[in-house]
Ligand binder design. Structure first.
Ligand code: AMP
Length: 398
């Protein structure tokens, strides 16, 4: 079956058409600046040239219409007609406590997703717009929602509750949800598979280190803890997000800098992380690595603080699972920055981690980067959220 995977943001839309039998990506692309002028669609068929076309896109329906037109284009398209597309898989960011699994989308599901909008006001409404647009243009095609939060719904109460008055959980469901669940699930399963182990028999820590970063503890095939919380702001230090801080810093800064809550949230989401720590040098780890090699104090501070936080969470999750067999690195930084893996693993002597430096410098493959004698196995597993969404979609539609 050919599955269209849609990841819809407020002004952008990423897509891939995946053939579920061969698991090949037949075409992929991106619509940008939807509804804000200067819109552009990028389209790349498998093995073909990437095309960028500047074209008006008033809304997401128009963007999806252009995507479908590109996929069926007689010259550069990859299907003859839309009938060849058997299903659509949508990434949905927040499923609250309602969705512990992916689901076939119907009216009841849509209503339940709307109820989660409060928990992800920037993301869920955009995801819903994408679903709505696909329903209009492909009315008979089954659609599946795959939630970023679903994989983490197996966490026990002690891992997901905050030390706050219980009434806020009862009234508003304030708790840890966690994100990047599709990636944590895909990478942990793949690690067990590559090692030839039963997923239900291993303790795995997944470090998803991208522009957004989170870490999870997966024990015997179930997530038992993860670093992001009610929102994706908690946990690791990220590209521009602060991760964990003393909550009293908010009041302190509000008074000192005469800022309101929205200003503070803007600082924590957009001006912090390695960007803020490096005194605005960059949120991109390629720049930080270059700065590190030149001895730039801002780059060194940002990299070291980022890696220390990752190592600290690994320690916490070793405790949560009473051990760890495998530690996986994934996403933009986790897959591409050997320096980050080196710094993190320097803290892991107590786990008997011994890195194989040749393997640590390879790129783009599922690989073990520790020596055969290493007591704990460390791996790099490139994440593939689109493939994971396509697999879920096929499983549910069938
Ligand atoms: P993601 O959010 O998973 O797409 O990751 C994006 C981030 O990965 C970028 O902001 C960079 O910081 C980082 N990244 C991408 N390529 C490299 C690379 N070759 N070396 C170091 N970091 C990289």
């Amino acid at each position: 079956m050919k599955v269209l995977v849609i990841n819809c943001g407020s002004s952008s839309l990423k897509f891939q058409l995946i053939d579920s039998e061969s698991e090949r990506c037949l075409a992929k692309g991106l619509c940008e600046r939807i509804g804000i002028g200067g819109s552009m669609i990028t389209y790349a068929p498998e093995g073909g040239e990437k095309e960028n076309t500047v074209t008006p896109m008033e809304d997401h329906t128009e963007a999806i219409r252009l995507v479908l037109e590109a996929l069926t284009n007689p010259k550069t398209g990859v299907v003859k007609s839309l009938e060849e597309i058997g299903a659509v898989g949508h990434r949905v960011v927040h499923g609250g406590e309602k969705f512990a699994q992916s689901v076939v989308i119907d009216d009841a599901v849509l209503a339940a997703v709307v109820e989660c909008n409060d928990l992800a006001p920037l993301h869920n409404p955009a995801n819903l717009i994408g679903i709505d647009a696909c329903k209009k243009l492909m009315p008979g095609t089954p659609m599946v929602g795959v939630f970023d939060t679903a994989f983490h719904q197996t966490m026990p109460e002690e891992a997901y509750m905050y030390g706050l008055p219980y009434e806020y959980y009862q009234k508003y469901k304030v708790r840890r949800y966690g994100f990047h669940g599709t990636s944590h699930s895909y990478v942990s399963r793949r690690a067990a598979q590559v090692l030839g182990k039963e997923y239900e028999d291993v303790k795995i820590i997944v470090c998803h280190l991208g522009n957004g970063a989170s870490i999870s503890a997966v024990k015997n095939g179930k997530c038992v803890d993860t670093s992001m919380g009610l929102t994706p702001l908690e946990g690791l230090i990220m590209g521009t997000r602060s991760g964990d801080i003393d909550p009293a810093i908010m009041e302190f800064l509000a008074k000192k800098e005469n800022m309101g809550i929205e200003d503070i949230m803007n600082v924590l989401n957009k001006k912090s992380g390695v960007l803020g720590l490096s005194d605005n040098l960059s949120s991109d780890f390629r720049d930080l690595e270059a700065g590190y090699h030149k001895g730039d104090a801002n780059a060194i501070r940002a990299l070291k603080t980022f890696c220390y936080r990752v190592a600290k969470y690994i320690g916490a999750y070793v405790a949560a699972m009473n051990g760890a067999d495998v530690i996986c690195f994934t996403a933009g930084v986790g897959e591409n920055a050997p320096i980050v893996r080196n710094f993190v693993c320097e803290y892991l002597g107590y786990l008997g981690v011994e890195l194989d430096q040749d393997a640590n410098h390879k790129r783009g493959e599922d690989i073990v980067i520790t020596t055969p004698d290493s007591r704990t196995t460390v791996m790099v597993i490139p994440t593939n959220e689109e493939l994971a969404i396509a697999r879920e979609t096929v499983r549910l539609v069938n």
